[in-house]
Design a protein around this ligand. Structure first.
Ligand SMILES: NC(=O)c1ccc[n+]([C@@H]2O[C@H](COP(=O)([O-])OP(=O)(O)OC[C@H]3O[C@@H](n4cnc5c(N)ncnc54)[C@H](OP(=O)(O)O)[C@@H]3O)[C@@H](O)[C@H]2O)c1
Length: 247
C-alpha cells in the first residue's frame, strides 16, 4: 500500500533534478503523476520510466514564462485524471545576472518563472482541492529565500517572494488545503552544474554542517512527507533541507 494511492499529483519542473526524483517517488507511492517542463524528450523518458516500473504518469509540455502555462497544465490534468490532490510548484530558473547590470527583462523572467507561474497554477488548482475537501501544495523556494548567500539578485528576490507566497497562500487556503514549502540547500542537479558545479559551491559546503551537497532524492522524501497526512499539523512552513547551513 502506497502513501499516495489513488491521489493525483502535479510536479512542475519534473523533467530533471529534484522534481524528477519527486515524480519517481510519488509514482512509487501510488500517485498518478503529472510531469511538466519544456523538454519533451526528457518528459517522455520520465513518464516511460514510471510506467515501466508499474506506475501511472503523463506529461504536459508548458513553459512557465508564458501566460498559457497554468491553464495548459490544469486543463490537461483534469482531462486525463479528473482531479488534483497534490501540487508541487518546483519549476525554476536561475539567472546569474548581478545587480549592476541586470536588465528589467532578466529580472522579471526570474520572478515570473519562479513565483508568478506558481501562483497562477495554484489559483487554478485550489478550487478543485477545496471542492473535494483537502489537498497539499508544496512550493520549492531555497535557502536564498532566507539569506542572500550570493549576488544573484533576481533569483534571491524570487525565492524570498516564494517564501512569502507560501505563507500567504497557507493563510488564505486553510484549513482545507495545506500549503508548505521546501528550502533546498546545494543539491546536485543540472541547475547547480549550470553555476559551475561542485567546485564553485565549496564555500557553501564548508558552511554546511554535513559537509556535502544534497541529492534530489533527499528533497523528494521531504516532499512526500508534505504531500501526505504525515504532516497533518504543519501549515505555512518552509522546511530547510540543506544539510545544516550556518547553524
Ligand atoms: N539545485 C539546487 O541547489 C537548488 C537549491 C535551492 C533551490 N532549488 C530550486 O529547486 C527547483 C528545481 O531545480 P533543480 O535544482 O532540480 O534544477 P533542474 O534540474 O535544472 O530542474 C529545473 C526544472 O525546472 C524546469 N523549468 C525550468 N525553466 C522552466 C520554464 N521556463 N518552464 C517550465 N519549466 C521550467 C525544467 O524543465 P525543462 O528544462 O524541461 O523546461 C526542470 O524540470 C528550482 O525551483 C530551483 O530554484 C535548487
Amino acid at each position: 500500500m502506497g502513501k499516495l494511492d489513488g491521489k493525483v499529483a502535479i510536479v512542475t519542473g519534473s523533467t530533471s533534478g529534484m522534481g524528477r526524483d519527486t515524480a519517481y517517488l510519488f509514482a512509487k507511492e501510488g500517485a498518478k503523476v503529472v510531469v511538466t517542463g519544456r523538454n519533451e524528450k526528457r518528459a517522455k523518458e520520465v513518464v516511460d520510466k514510471i510506467k515501466a516500473a508499474g506506475g501511472e504518469a503523463m506529461y504536459v509540455i508548458a513553459d512557465a514564462s508564458e501566460a498559457t502555462y497554468a491553464q495548459t497544465i490544469f486543463d490537461k490534468t483534469m482531462e486525463a485524471y479528473g482531479t488534483i490532490d497534490v501540487l508541487m510548484n518546483n519549476a525554476g530558473m536561475l539567472s546569474l545576472a548581478q545587480f549592476a547590470t541586470i536588465t528589467e527583462k532578466e529580472f522579471m523572467d526570474d520572478i515570473y518563472i519562479n513565483v508568478t507561474s506558481a501562483l497562477m497554477l495554484s489559483q487554478k488548482v485550489a478550487p478543485v482541492m477545496q471542492a473535494k475537501g483537502g489537498g497539499h501544495i508544496i512550493n520549492v523556494a531555497s535557502i536564498v529565500g532566507w539569506e542572500a548567500h550570493w549576488g544573484f539578485v533576481a533569483y534571491v528576490t524570487s525565492k524570498h517572494a516564494m517564501v512569502g507566497l507560501t505563507k500567504a497562500m497557507a493563510n488564505e487556503l486553510a484549513p482545507t488545503i495545506h500549503v508548505n514549502g521546501i528550502c533546498p540547500g546545494g543539491i546536485k542537479t543540472a541547475m547547480l552544474d549550470s553555476c559551475g558545479g561542485e567546485a564553485v559551491f565549496q564555500p557553501l559546503i564548508n558552511a554546511t554542517a554535513l559537509k556535502r551537497l544534497g541529492e534530489g532524492t533527499e528533497i523528494a522524501k521531504v516532499a512526500l512527507f508534505l504531500a501526505t497526512d504525515d504532516s497533518s499539523f504543519i501549515d505555512g512552513q518552509l522546511i530547510h533541507v540543506d544539510g545544516g547551513v550556518d547553524i
